[in-house]
Design a protein. Structure first.
Length: 99
């Protein structure tokens, strides 16, 4: 069985709630070397992920939402910055969160 290709992201409590309640359908990652290496292949084409894991915190029991990866829409302007627009798909699972 093939291991899943997972993109792990961190977020604040307010944004976590927006994702879980479907108010936020995209994540914006500022175009910087760090994010380029995470979301682009060495030839510059977008990586494809099986799932996106979004955590609110750094501890092992932090709230976590697992969503389907629906695509990397490329670079867009968001809040006056160039950002990768990562499309969030259906929610697969929510852990350690009571809303």
């Amino acid at each position: 069985m093939k291991d899943k290709n997972i993109l792990l992201l961190r977020t604040c409590k307010a944004d976590f709630w927006k994702i879980v309640s479907w108010e936020m359908k995209f994540r914006y990652l500022e175009v910087k070397k760090y994010w380029e290496s995470r979301v682009l292949k060495t030839d510059g084409t977008p990586k494809v992920f099986d799932e996106i894991h979004i955590k609110n915190g750094y501890s092992s029991d932090s709230p976590l939402v697992v969503v389907q990866f629906s695509g990397n829409n490329g670079v867009v302007e968001h809040e006056c910055k160039d950002c990768f627009e990562i499309e969030l798909g259906e929610i697969i699972e929510v852990q350690n969160y009571t809303g």
